[in-house]
Ligand binder design. Sequence first.
Ligand code: GAL
Length: 649
Amino acid sequence: MASLFPTLRYGGDYNPEQWPREVWDEDVALMRGAGVTTATVGVFSWGLLEPSDGEYDFEWLDDIMDRLHEGGIRVILATATAAPPAWLVKAHPEMLPVDVNGTTLAFGSRQSYSPSSSAYLEHALRLVTKMAERYGSHPAVEAWHINNEYGCHVTRSYDAESAAAFRVWLEARYGTIEELNRVWGTAFWSQHYSSFDEVGVPSATPTFGNPGQNLDFDRFSSDALLRLHRAEHEVLRRITPDIPITTNFMGFFPDVDYWAWAPYVDFVTDDSYPDPADPDSYVVAAATRDLMRSLGGGKSWLLMEQAPSAVNWRNDNAPKAPGQHRGHTLQAIGRGSDGALHFQWRQSKAGAEKFHSAMVPHAGPDSRVHREVQALGAELASIEGVIGEGVDASVGLVFSWDAWWATRQYATPSRLDYVAEVLDWYRPFLDRGVGCDFVSVEATDEVLAQYRVIVLPSLVAVPEALLERLDAWVTAGGTLVVGRQSAILDENLHVRLGGYLGALRRTLGVRVEEFAPCAERAVTLDGSVEGHGVDWQEFVVVDDAEIVASFADGLTAGGAAVTRREQGTGSAWYVATRPDAQLAGAVAARALAETGVEGLIATPAPGVEAVERGSVRFIINHSGTEQTVTVAGEGLTLAAHDAVLVPRH
Ligand code: GAL
């Protein structure tokens, strides 16, 4: 896997416009001292770059670009379109986003635009064109950063232009109104439409709205943002064909389908803010790194933003303990990131983010945070050999935004937290030091063939084609683990009849007749795997499978809880409950054992992960206490928040 970058990138968002120019020289000197390679500039600068309609002021940006270049700092240059200026909003108030209740969201923070606003797009593209023409040949520029965190605050808008664009999108998707009626199942509560003109956005309704309409609005809203990204991308590609382009993703962000976006970036970037006060936050962070690597399917990925210490947007904003930030950073590098950038370089003196930590904090460079920043910069320089090296994964977890959106619908058997379910199944592999990728529902046979174990964690809605491919993959020797409620719906959210699980009924040898949610109650299991079910039981009919464990109590007492069936040279497991950590661990361990996959960690230790990237093994203790662990047969003791890098021979 070749990287786009010569060495690991290190640095962060830099907002020089917040500071007098005397500070700029100090910034460049401090960046050099901290091993900074890269600054992301101009992210929210539209209002200063174009202070009035069509009048540009690039002088300050020219100046800082030159100073950074003279200091040897490369620039990821933002297109500056994430926060439209006041004059534009004043001239085009119709561009403001409207929420589900019809409230217009006013100017005065950022992202003050509806994703479907033509006025916004026209003015954004005019600015992007100017930026590309002016800076495309500036020697400091190493990449374009389009917009910023599309959808972070405004994922969707219910304004008139969005409604019109939604109708166009629906007509392109369905062709005829009859097809829309069929897919949405409108022969229900008198929801039938006679023409596309009658269809609106799913605003606040008297009770549950139409599931098809909700799902399509989820899809449309992701596409509406992607359309903006692609429009900027086209301008940049045309004017500056050789400069790599990205836009920063937000990990497991609910509203944007990053599988659809990844083809339109040259390298994937991610913004990641694990809560330092949550001892488990390293788990979702690890999964996020693996997701980013997987989205690119071999492209470089780069951690674009992280906080050196506290953020400012939780109720209580804990700082990172000494060493904790190093652990987060090395986790990202170990899982494939080609560097670590931050929000932000110098902590703001004014504005809504003044209490957000930065690489140069309010206390100045003579501070704990900045000393850690310097040490980390030096450490990354010492391991830059990992650049371009890959991360092996023998487990694939199928992840789908459509399935996530299906779980957000109302009137379901019980509320299901999709990402929590994914992490239930990710964690046992993380704990054992087993490499995981995330896999799209459109994964080809070649992609599936890379994995020994594939997990479907509560993949509620799934196209039939994937189930057919997985059936063949099991026959060819794979071990499939299917979590509760998977495949109960097709991609249109229509129920699969004849016992849930669709085509998986054949592969698993079971079908599900009924669900039995049992909120906040643990269910005991009897059988050859240890652990409990949580919140949920199912009435499982076993046609042709081994019962590995049964429910010992609850409504389905005596019924199958965990099943296993051999098919060809593979096997398929079904787990008819939400597993606690022990049960997920036991099933994962059995699945690994039967495929001969050995994790780096034989006995999991709290907060400890181990991952191999090319020539380096990363062993990280994210916990606040000392841990002793055996990694690849070697025992070691790690102090609280310590990490050890071991060269691989
Ligand atoms: C990100 C955003 C940055 C900054 C940061 C604070 O979501 O891209 O501009 O606001 O959060 O944590």
